[in-house]
Structure formats: C-alpha cells, structure tokens
Ligand binder design. Sequence first.
Ligand code: UDP
Ligand code: MG
Length: 339
Amino acid sequence: MSKIRLSVVAPCYNEEAVLEQFVQRLSKACADATDFYEILLVDDGSSDRTWSVIEGLADQDHRIAGIQLFRNHGHQLAVTAGLSIAKGERILLIDADLQDPPELLSAMMAIMDEGADVVYGKRISRAGETTFKLLTAAAFYRLLNRLSSVPIPQDTGDFRLMSRPVVDILVAMPEQHRFIRGMVSWIGGRQVALPYARDARFAGSTKYPLRKMISFALDALTSFSTKPLRAAVWLGLMSSLFAFAILAYAVYQWSAGNVVPGWASSLVAISFFSGTQLFVMGVFGEYLGRVVQEVKRRPLFTIGQIRRKTVATEISGDIRDLQTTVENYQASQGKRASQ
Ligand code: UDP
Ligand code: MG
C-alpha cells in the first residue's frame, strides 16, 4: 500500500474562472514530483459555480477531492479545513488564483529533501498589486515584527511546503483567529525561503477587500503580541501625569491670584483624555472580543460535504474513507463542544 507523499491544499472562494487552468498546471507540477499525490480544493462557501467546477474535476480524477464548507469562513479557516483532512507526508499550501506558480513545487521538494521542515515562498516581486497594498503590507510587517517575539518573514504569504510534523502541530493549534504564516513561524524547525516572482491573478478579482485586510492585520497583531495592551497602560499613565501637571499649574495660578479663564484648555483636556480612554478601551476591546470568541470553543469550520471518487486504486488504501472522514470530523467537533 503506497502512502500519499504530497497533499496540496488550495482554498477557493468564487474562483470559477481560474480553477480548471489552476488544476491543470498544478496536476502537472505534482505529477513531476511524485505519483502519489492528492489535491484538496476547499470551497469556502462560494456563491458562484466554484463547487460545480470542483465536483467536475473531482469526478474526473481520483487524486482530486472537493471539500465544501457550509459557508464562507475566510481564507485562513478554509486552509485549516483542508489541512485537517490532508493525508500527505508533505503538504503544499497554494492560492487557487495562480499568483503562486505551481511549477515551484519541484524546487520546494528539493529543498525539503535536504532537510527543511518548511519551505516558504518569498516574493521578490509582485505583479498586479496596487501601490497601496504594497506600501501597507510593508509597513504592517515592519510593525508586526517590532511587536511580536516570533520573527515573521516579510514578503511571504501562505504559499509554502510543510512537512507532516509541522502540519500536525499547526492543526492541533486551537485558535479561532488564525494567522497561519505566523503560526508556522512560531512552530520553528528549519524554515527555508524560496524567492519567487509573484504573478498577477490569472482571472477574477481579489477576495481581500480593505475591510478583510484590516481584520486580518488585527488578527495577526493580537495573536502574536500583547504589547499593545501594555502600551495602553503606558498611554494611560502618561495621560494621568499630564493631567496632574495641569492640576499643579491650575493650583499655582489660583494661589497667585490669577483666575484662569481656561474654558478652552478644559475642553482640550477633556477631549484629549476621553480620546485616550476610548482608544485604550478600544485596544482592550480588540483583545477581549477575541477572548470571547475563543472561549466559545466553536468548531473552526463547518464541512458540508466532501467529494472524492471512491474507486479502488493503488493508493486508495491510504485515502481515508469519505464517510469515516466526515464521521471523525463530526465526532471530534462533538467532543470539542462537550469538553
Ligand atoms: N479565499 C478564500 N476565502 C476567502 C477569501 C479568499 O478561500 O474568504 C481564497 C481565494 O480563493 C484565493 C486565496 O484565498 O485562493 C487568496 O485570496 P485572494 O487571491 O483573493 O487574495 P490576494 O491574493 O488578493 O491577497
Ligand atoms: Mg490572490
């Protein structure tokens, strides 16, 4: 019975326009690397024809499986759903929009043959991105690395090849707010960068509008640093000192017989301090909201169905029976909920 050497996990959200081309290029790259691979296409609650395209692909090739989430859970959770089902000894994470060239797989495999635990793509150029996205991303990673005790490489996405032990640890990390590239850095081991030129999207449009980018950045900051909480304390302390200074000044003026007309300065002080307080409360709130969501211990994602051809093949012995996969998943979620 042969083992699956390589699993590929690709999250797909409204990607009907790219999927066929993507799977064609990816399948070729996989076949060049090994005969025993599987491609897991995770449909993250798409509203276009993505799922029916995936069904068609899965029905044609037993190495391709479709995993349909009940609803849109977001990129990072869609990836997690795929990782939790992947069986391979090595696992490639790749976007479905062909921004990450599947042809780099062989180079990644070669680096892993030499003992790397993770090989991550490092973008030396990024075609088709707006200047705004490039500038904000650069500033964000600088800030994140300043705040986080785990170094998180710049100019990387989730495009990476990981070994089985790394993926096992990643899947076992229970957090809801997942910043996968940071979590992989946290795991450690030998992590090697592979520089590459990132292409423009093959078709379709980005699924990361500004709103999602901001919330992703906040997830990253709050998951990898509690320094903003400490900064809030310092800010509060400094504001109080400032208030005391104003008080001392007012007392001095009063004792010198000067009646301070000062309504303007009071107003400035009041708005300054209420602003500071609201800001500090906002920082607390960002963390508190995430704590609330973590303590609920909800499942990270909801798998609606898995589509995979269950023909007997030489590798079928290692492919989990579909029904068992779904049952195991449901049982584990039940256990999680009752803990
Ligand atoms: N994606 C997803 N769920 C989402 C948003 C995106 O599964 O809610 C997938 C998307 O289909 C793509 C990958 O995540 O395969 C990266 O998204 P996208 O290319 O839109 O992001 P960008 O490259 O523009 O940052
Ligand atoms: Mg993209």
